[in-house]
Design a protein around this ligand. Structure first.
Ligand code: CA
Length: 225
C-alpha cells in the first residue's frame, strides 16, 4: 500500500512517514500543495493524507482538483483544532474523512485502514438510490429527471445516507460525518435537517425514502415509496 503524505511541517511529515513505514506502508512526502497535486497525478496512491493549510495550494483546492481530474484516491484531511473551516466544506470538496490535529498516531492508522478497506472500486461518479441520484463532484441532486436544490448541509446528510443506502445510521453518526468535531450541540438538530430533506426529495414526489427507525436513526430505502 502506497501512501502520499502532504504536510508542510517537516517534523510532522517525518513522524508520519516514519510511523507509516514502520507499519509496512510505502510513503512519499510532499511539502506543499503543488508538489502534492503533481505526485498524486503521477502515482496511483492507495490513500492520501492531506494537510489543510499548505503553501502554494491549500488542501481543499488540492482535493477538489483531484476530484475534478476524476482521481478518487481516498483522502484523509488533516485539519487544525482551531481551523475556521467547517468539516462539511471539506466533505463537499471530496475528502473522505477528517482528523483534527493534534491526533494520536493509532487513531490516524485506524482511520487510514478504514479508508483503504472501503476502496474496493473507484468511486462512482454518481450515487443512486432508486431514481434518486447525487453527484459528489458537481453537487447535482435529482429525482428522476427533476433536479433538486439542497443546502450544503442537506447535501452532506443526503450523501452520507446514500453511501449507506439500506443501512440504519444513527443521528450520532450523521453528526460525526456532517458537523465539525467541535460541534457539541443537540443531536436533534439532525431531525430538523432530515425534515427539510424529506420536503425536497420525498414529499413533492409522493415518496418516503428516508425512514425513521425509532430509537436507532434513519435508513434510506432505495425503493421507498
Ligand atoms: Ca500545514
Amino acid at each position: 500500500m502506497r501512501i502520499l503524505v502532504v504536510e508542510d511541517e517537516v517534523t510532522m511529515a517525518e513522524s508520519l512517514r516514519a510511523g507509516l513505514v514502520d507499519e509496512g506502508f510505502a510513503v512519499d512526502v510532499a511539502h506543499d500543495g503543488e508538489e502534492g497535486l503533481w505526485l498524486a497525478g503521477e502515482v496511483d496512491y492507495d490513500a492520501i493524507l492531506l494537510d489543510l493549510m499548505l503553501p502554494k495550494i491549500n488542501g481543499f483546492v488540492v482535493c477538489r482538483t483531484l476530484r475534478e481530474q476524476d482521481n478518487w484516491t481516498p483522502v484523509l484531511m488533516l485539519t487544525a483544532k482551531d481551523g475556521h473551516l467547517d468539516e462539511a466544506e471539506g466533505l463537499d470538496t471530496g475528502a473522505d474523512d477528517y482528523l483534527t490535529k493534534p491526533f494520536a498516531f493509532v487513531v490516524l492508522l485506524a482511520r487510514l485502514r478504514a479508508l483503504l478497506r472501503r476502496r474496493s472500486n473507484d468511486r462512482p461518479t454518481t450515487l443512486s438510490a432508486g431514481d434518486l441520484t447525487l453527484n459528489p463532484a458537481t453537487h447535482a441532486v435529482g429525482r428522476g429527471t427533476t433536479m433538486i436544490d439542497l443546502t450544503a448541509r442537506e447535501f452532506s446528510i443526503l450523501e452520507f445516507l446514500m453511501r449507506q443506502v439500506g443501512n440504519v445510521v444513527s443521528k450520532t453518526e450523521i453528526m460525526a460525518h456532517v458537523w465539525d468535531f467541535d460541534f457539541d450541540g443537540d443531536p436533534n438538530i439532525v431531525e430538523v435537517y432530515v425534515r427539510s430533506l424529506r420536503k425536497k426529495i420525498d414529499v413533492p414526489f409522493d415518496r418516503s425514502s428516508i425512514e425513521t427507525i425509532r430509537g436507532a436513526g434513519y435508513r434510506l430505502d432505495a425503493n421507498g415509496g
